[in-house]
Design a protein. Structure first.
Length: 244
């Protein structure tokens, strides 16, 4: 009961409970977790340096907004990629493992639903199309909606960061799913950056380095993570998909 009340009052604690993997038999490798955090932090620092170098102070707010939008787009792409990668993984499994992974996929799916539900409070509270709903619920309803919107802001912003670091807690399905899904995500985002002409104000060489930096670094980290899980913990794709 105390945990539930803490989640109600603290959106950041609720986000930790929702977006961090928590399977009882989950293999915890502190080195891998630290590198995942460093990967995210270095990405933010690299973006900040790029923005500081090639942007003016007047458009710093717009740049920050673009960064948040890019993070949200990454989450949306991850949501679309999630059923494909997880579906291939589950379908490739044999015997009772397939049913086991399907049950484990409920928690990552629940994290996706929770994030989308929290984001839905903002258009409900501010969109002109929702004015009829706000008029119907009256002043008490508007106050409750404002509180829910304020709570959802902390939950969603912190949740987006945790969702990207922990790849929507897909380690709850199997430890090998996050590195595969993360690699797929960054490659898709790089393709979107090229198609959309992102960082157009940046010189071509720096732009190429920035666009390719994430796929190269994340792929290298994911390969190293898979190698470490195999060498240190005996986790291989064959064992993950074939019952012993």
């Amino acid at each position: 009961m105390r945990r539930i009340l803490r989640c109600v009052y603290n959106p950041f604690h609720a986000a930790q409970r929702v977006f961090r993997p928590s399977r009882p038999d989950l293999v915890e490798d502190t080195t891998v977790r630290k590198l995942q955090l460093w990967r995210t932090a270095l990405g933010v620092v690299a973006w900040g340096l790029l923005t500081y170098t090639y942007s003016t102070i007047s458009d710093a707010g717009a740049a920050a907004s673009d960064r948040f939008n890019q993070s949200w787009i990454s989450v949306l792409v991850l949501i679309c990629t999630f059923p494909v990668v997880v579906g291939v993984f589950v379908t490739s499994a044999r015997g009772q493992l397939r049913r086991l992974y399907l049950r484990r996929a409920l928690r990552p799916l629940g994290a996706i639903v929770a994030l989308m539900a929290s984001m839905s409070t903002f258009p409900l509270a501010m969109a002109p199309e929702s004015q009829g709903v706000r008029d119907f619920i009256g002043l008490p309803g508007k106050i409750a909606l404002g509180i829910a919107c304020f709570w959802s802001l902390g939950f969603a912003v912190y949740g987006i960061g945790l969702a990207l670091v922990h790849v929507f807690r897909t380690a709850d399905i199997h430890e090998l799913v996050p590195p595969v899904l993360a690699t797929t995500l960054v490659c898709e985002m790089a393709i979107l950056d090229v198609v959309n002409g992102a960082y157009a104000q940046v010189p071509p060489l720096a732009r190429a380095a920035f666009v390719l930096g994430a796929p190269v670094s994340v792929t290298a980290l994911s390969c190293w993570e898979i190698y470490r899980l195999r060498s240190r913990h005996g986790l291989t794709m064959r064992r993950a998909l074939r019952p012993e």
